[in-house]
Ligand binder design. Structure first.
Ligand SMILES: [Cu+2]
Length: 476
């Protein structure tokens, strides 16, 4: 109870406190007298509810550090070190002026000690030494949220890089006293990299690779802890006309993110998660250990793809997410394709981009060698769409791994490569309606890459020879 009312009769004082407390900011309250609440934490992409208080509270945060095995990509597992059992860690939402009583609980099953450095803390190590907890121990410390903004938190136990690389980061939002403008949807998206012994897509439980981490050459760059975390069924959702706010963090440990949503313009960006805002932004830079808040209104339906615009990270390392917007078209904003007509430049089509036939490659002398040579051709010509795993991308690129289309008639696929393929095609029961461009490869190369696909990912083997390719080519 505020000291002011202590001389009053109990019941009256309680009433007055209740009435006055609702519109006066009781800055005279000491930490012990603040209303107490326990923070509701959420896993990405969810964000805790907006804070409706207009005065400070004492907020109790209970966060567990947990080490557990989980999925990094299809068929690829990783032993994650987490805050709250998820990567990124639980989202924490407090208000400027709040007193935060922080409990870091290191689960008894942990093999490592952990601590937490919250960038929202004013104090040595951001809480690191005060929160250092051995397995099965819990540490408590308190801090005042002095500065509003969106902040990264992370483990800072040595070796720090390794604790972060294994997944120990998350976001804490300190809402300004005046609150953030109201929006229809809020989501939590955090980018980070993983360094694994095996290359991208290599199956099985993958250990952390210290050498790659030192060289800053990750195999995976992902949003929300795994490849495809916000793709397909798990895409973020919104409806035409709604306003969307993304709380975007970058856990690193090394890379800077060039965060971009394909087909959207950020109406407003809170630069670096601070108070300065910029309008009409295409791509915003998010440093390692930094954050940004982006806001935009969705005007037309469709799939809007979130990427790190360092684009090989998006299409080859996993830094790709989706926002699915449903609702009526608005052709005044975007028409969709209005026409497709034949374009025949004078002088005919170009033979190939390089201006000639691909250079003569090594001639395979055995099926094994054909498979081996075919792998490189696959990586350079096919994997961007059909993926290194051969699994393709749902609704966009059909799989070659276990594809009934490919395996039931391998020779038909020679034609697919030579002629390209478009229009509806059904693979393993799913309909694709895309365009596969014809490839400009020699007979030998077509034979090698198809033999590679027939002998990879548990496909049932077989061989295509250059002679097979020549036959198909000459029959056209
Ligand atoms: Cu740790």
């Amino acid at each position: 109870m505020p000291k002011l009312f202590q001389h009053l009769d109990g019941a009256v004082a309680v009433m007055l406190t209740a009435i006055i407390g609702s519109f006066v900011t009781p800055s005279f309250l000491t930490a012990d007298e603040l209303p107490v609440e326990t923070a509701k934490l959420t896993a990405a992409p969810s964000v805790p509810p907006v804070i409706n208080r207009d005065s400070p509270a004492k907020v109790i945060v209970n966060l567990d550090s947990i080490e557990l095995q989980g999925k990094l990509a299809d068929g690829v597992d990783y032993t994650f070190w987490t805050f709250g059992g998820t990567v990124p860690g639980s989202f924490i939402r407090v208000r400027e002026g709040d007193e935060i009583e922080f409990h870091l609980n290191n689960h008894p099953s942990s093999r490592m000690p952990h601590n937490i450095d919250l960038h929202a803390v004013t104090g040595p190590g951001g809480g690191a030494t005060s929160s250092f907890s051995a397995p099965g121990h819990s540490s408590k410390f308190s801090f005042k949220a002095l500065n509003p903004g969106l902040y990264v938190y992370h483990c800072a136990t040595a070796p720090v890089g390794m604790h972060i690389a294994n997944g120990m980061y998350g976001l804490i939002l300190v809402e300004p006293e005046s609150g953030l403008p109201e929006v229809d949807r809020e989501y939590y998206v955090m980018q980070s990299e993983f360094y694994t012994t095996g290359a991208y897509g290599e199956e099985g439980l993958q250990p952390f690779d210290m050498q790659k981490a030192l060289l800053e050459t990750p195999d995976y760059v992902v949003f929300n802890g795994s490849v495809g975390s916000t793709v397909g069924d798990k895409a973020l959702k919104a409806e035409v006309g709604e306003t969307v706010r993304l709380f975007v963090g970058n856990g690193g440990p090394n890379l800077i993110s060039s965060f971009h949503v394909i087909g959207e313009i950020f109406d407003k960006v809170y630069i670096e998660g601070g108070t300065l805002t910029n309008d009409n932004v295409q791509t915003t830079l998010i440093p390692a250990g930094g954050a940004a808040i982006v806001e935009f209104k969705v005007d037309v339906p469709g799939t809007f793809i979130m990427v790190d615009h360092s684009i090989f990270r998006a299409f080859n390392k996993g830094a790709l997410g989706m926002l699915e917007v449903s609702g009526p078209e608005d052709t005044a904003v975007y028409t969709g394709k209005q026409e497709d007509s034949i374009y025949l430049p004078e002088g005919g089509a170009l033979q190939s981009i390089a201006g000639g036939v691909a250079p003569a490659a090594t001639i395979a002398e055995s099926k094994e060698q054909r498979v081996q040579l075919g792998q490189r051709i696959y990586e350079q010509n096919c994997s961007a769409c059909h993926q290194p795993t051969g699994l393709g991308i749902p609704n966009a690129f059909p799989p070659l791994a276990g594809s009934d289309y490919l395996l039931s008639d391998p020779r038909r696929s020679i034609e697919v490569l030579l002629e390209g393929l478009s229009g509806e095609v059904v693979v393993n029961g799913a309909t694709y309606n895309g365009v596969m461009p014809a490839v400009s490869l020699s007979d030998e190369q077509v034979a090698n890459v198809l033999t590679y696909t027939l002998n990879s990912w548990n496909n049932n083997g077989g061989e295509i020879t250059p002679l097979d390719v020549q036959e198909v080519r000459s029959s056209h």
